[in-house]
Design a binder for this molecule. Structure first.
Ligand code: SAM
Ligand code: SF4
Length: 373
């Protein structure tokens, strides 16, 4: 009998430079100084995996930061540690994120040999103007070359991340980006509207009036454009911001959205097991120091009440195409659902799901449903 899904997320907290819009838990060599080297990080990670309360995993996702900064040698070493310390179920999906500028044909070839099954590349845009505003380190062409190299190395599953709605981006930039994406033959696209996160270089520019704030109407138009073009090319949406060709869905991300169980290892990584949620200390030096003392580097834990669990299931489940079972909702929530059904924004059957028109409004609909409870 197949074991229930259990995921493993590994956070790699290094980037060569920081993109102007990004507030992820990641550090440039200048910010870290001599605090923690990639080699020390790998040693600490091995200690965490040896202590982690996991079971053989059905999916692995190495994310960041920039995992490709560890080189194929570092990533293959992580996979070896997981095999030894945790165990991997047969047929597991094994993804690593990679930044286009730190990859090569040899890098992809070695990762495929090591057992990785999926590559996710940060592409963002095919426009050099947009990449410059975003503060990305690579040229527009490199992401597409990298996707082609990954496929040539034997990766059937390749994702390109894109960001839309950047100030000064035009419809033509998005159309051109989609043309280039489709040329590569990748089987997965994630497209996110640009979020101006507090504390980032981009937020400072917007505050000082040096950069206009992104426009919500533009987001909606660009989303419709992306969705139409991808559907035409044989992709289906399976989460509001994610599209895949048949068989190309990311099982690891689906596990998050289906309210599954996973262990998150590495600085700042979050875990979710049953009714428990916990997360690690953020700084790589604190993380390594705690493990060196033989302690799991957990910053805080939270026990989830039945109500919180319900909120999570609805919040995550209504953003995926498969939706959530109707039986999850109480009478007050079903009244709200009926209102949205009358507006053609949700479909209510044995499962509840958002319609094409409801997709972009999903977060507002979810908030309304949950406040009715
Ligand atoms: C955190 S990055 C990690 C992957 C890798 N370092 C990279 O940049 O390609 C994952 C993705 O999140 C998206 N992202 C990060 N910050 C964002 C923001 N402020 N707004 C929209 N998307 C964002 C980008 O598309 C990025 O590729
Ligand atoms: S978007 Fe990716 S490369 Fe840029 S700073 Fe964030 S994690 Fe690093």
């Amino acid at each position: 009998m197949a074991k229930p899904p259990f995921g493993l997320y590994i956070h790699v907290p290094f980037c060569a430079t920081r993109c102007g819009y990004c507030d992820f838990n990641t550090y440039t060599p200048g910010e870290l100084g001599s605090a923690t080297s990639p080699a020390q990080y790998l040693d600490a990670l091995e200690q965490e995996l040896a202590m982690a309360q996991t079971q053989p995993v059905s999916s692995i996702f190495i994310g960041g930061g920039t995992p490709s900064m560890l080189g194929w040698e570092g990533l293959a070493r992580i996979l070896g540690m997981i095999k030894r310390e945790v165990g991997i179920q047969p047929g597991a999906e094994i993804t690593t994120e990679s930044n286009p500028e730190s990859t090569s044909p040899e890098f992809f070839h070695q990762l495929r040999q090591a057992g990785f099954t999926r590559i996710s590349l940060g592409m963002q845009s095919a426009s050099s103007r947009v990449l410059e505003i975003l503060g990305r380190a690579h040229t527009p062409g490199r992401a597409f070359e990298a996707a082609t190299e990954a496929k040539a190395a034997g990766f059937d599953h390749v994702n390109l991340d894109m960001i839309y709605g950047t100030p000064y981006e035009h419809d033509e930039d998005v159309a051109h980006t989609l043309d280039r994406v489709l040329e590569t033959g990748v089987d997965h696209v994630s497209a996110y509207s640009l979020i101006v996160e507090d504390g980032t270089a981009m937020a400072r520019k917007v505050r000082k009036g040096e950069l206009p704030a992104p426009d919500e109407d533009v987001y909606a138009d660009r989303y419709a454009m992306i969705d139409a073009r991808l559907q035409q090319a044989g992709f289906e949406w399976y989460e509001v911001s994610n599209w895949a060709k048949p068989g190309g869905q990311c099982e690891h991300n689906l596990l998050y959205w289906r309210d599954g169980d996973w262990w998150g290892a590495g600085p700042g990584a979050h875990s979710h097991i049953g009714n428990e949620r916990f997360f690690n200390v953020k700084h790589p030096a604190t993380y390594a120091a705690q493990l060196a003392q033989g302690a799991l580097p957990i910053q805080d834990r939270e026990h989830l009440s039945a109500e919180q669990r319900h909120e999570e299931q609805v919040m995550l489940g209504l953003r995926i195409r498969e939706g959530v079972p109707l039986e999850l909702f109480n009478a007050a929530e079903r009244e709200v659902l009926a209102r949205y059904e009358a507006m053609d924004l949700v479909e209510v059957g044995q499962r509840v799901r958002v319609t094409q028109a409801g997709r972009l409004l999903a977060d507002g609909i979810i908030a309304d449903i949950l406040t009715a409870r």
